[in-house]
Design a protein around this ligand. Structure first.
Ligand code: LMR
Length: 397
């Protein structure tokens, strides 16, 4: 029976991990999968996380199930982080939190929730978007469409985006990246978010906001502008939040599906559906990552340490963006790539073609996604001159 099943290519992003590890080039550089890297190219366990884990090991008394919504304390700490401590949405009990296996798990819950409860509603994704968005909504059976996000000069195409949003049929779902747009790094300004809200309200769209990189753009609060604006000004919204990145606990798979409804009663209705969706997928979420997040956010000292480490990480990435442009100066490419310093988050859409990306891999051992997406956190003071020279080589033909 199995002999009829065809082999498919591996995941374009995760496949880079193995390809990079197998490369014997001593100068190889990993600009692939979206994980933070320090100056030595490592993805360390954050200091606050280590402390919380030590405490957890010491104090843990059970590994029993935590329920389909996860640990209730998880929602209590994540909701204010996402929606704001003073959020009117929280004051009105309009938000439900379901702990999920990573932001990806939260997205799959969102997709299944839409497929089961909002039949006939299609989803609209930015072009480009995180490639796994396509697979997740296809797997759940939600029909997808696109809205433009980047123009032919590799710049944010906000006019094109807005024009298409205005044509979306009433009631359809629009997926927005809260910050640190993956893969482009182009974020909306506050004024642009305000305009998106107007269209969402006018067309009665359901916003699904993917909030995978809170804290990596301009700050924990700043990055939440669009999320909070929409949450506070529409009846219904879906947010998928990730703690995997901002707590550096990637392999612990820690995320949250947030459902916002027009009042508490309606919230309890959709919350009951989220529990069923989780139960049918994996029953209960993994507990450890959530326990770490709870421990850190409930403790003022650990919370302060975590925030300052996250700030260091963000500032390092933003500094590397400027350093990269600077490193291209000797090749006369600094103006052409100046936009990289304006983008936010781990990723930059470099504008390099798939053929140029292939050359970087084959001739220089530099790995990035074939769409031209580079993980800026993979740059370092040591490798920037090498990367700049390699890029100049492939750009100049
Ligand atoms: C990425 O886009 O590199 C990350 O979100 C990791 C992943 O799962 O693709």
């Amino acid at each position: 029976m199995f002999e009829q099943i065809a082999r498919v290519p591996g995941d374009a992003i995760l496949g880079l991990i193995e390809a990079f590890n197998n490369d014997t080039n001593p100068q190889k550089v990993d600009l692939g999968v979206g994980v933070y890297r320090d100056a030595n190219g490592n993805t360390p366990v954050m200091r606050a996380v280590k402390q919380a884990e030590n405490r957890l090991v010491e104090n843990e008394v059970t590994k029993t199930y935590i329920g389909s919504h996860g640990d209730p304390r998880f929602g209590k700490v994540v909701l204010p982080m996402v929606l704001g401590a003073e959020s009117p949405v929280l004051a009105a009990n309009r938000a439900s939190a379901t702990q999920a296996p990573g932001g990806t798990g939260a997205l799959r819950l969102a997709a299944d929730f839409i497929a089961s409860n909002l039949k006939g509603r299609d989803i609209w994704l930015s072009t480009p978007t995180w490639p796994n968005h396509l697979g997740i909504f296809d797997a759940a059976g939600v029909t997808r469409h696109n809205y433009p996000y980047v123009d032919e000069n590799n710049r944010l195409d906000f006019d094109g985006m807005l024009a298409t949003l205005k044509t979306i049929p009433e009631g359809d779902v629009v997926l927005l990246h809260a910050c640190c747009h993956n893969p482009t790094g182009f974020d909306l300004s506050r004024e642009q978010w305000d305009q998106v809200l107007e269209v969402v309200q006018a067309r009665k769209l359901l916003p699904l906001i993917d909030f995978a990189y809170q804290g990596f753009g301009d700050g924990l609060e700043e990055d939440a502008y669009g999320v909070r604006l929409l949450a506070e000004n529409v009846d219904d919204a879906i947010i998928t939040s990730s703690c995997s990145k901002n707590f550096g606990i990637y392999c612990e798979r820690t995320g949250c599906l947030i459902l916002i409804a027009k009042d508490e009663e309606s919230m309890l209705d959709v919350r009951s559906q989220a529990a069923i969706t989780a139960r049918e997928n994996y029953s209960n979420p993994p507990a450890h990552g959530g326990a770490v997040v709870i421990d850190i956010l409930e403790d003022d000292t650990l919370r302060g340490e975590w925030k300052s480490e996250l700030t260091e990480m963000r500032e390092r990435i933003n500094g590397l963006r400027r350093d990269f442009v600077e490193a291209l100066k000797p090749y006369g490419l600094d103006e052409q790539f100046a936009f990289i310093a304006e983008q936010r988050g781990m990723f930059s859409y470099t504008g390099l073609s798939p053929e140029q990306v292939d050359r970087l891999r084959d001739e220089f051992g530099i790995y990035m996604v074939r769409s031209g997406r580079a993980n800026v956190a993979g740059f370092s003071t040591e490798n920037l001159p090498y990367v700049a020279k390699a890029i100049a080589t492939v750009v100049k033909g």
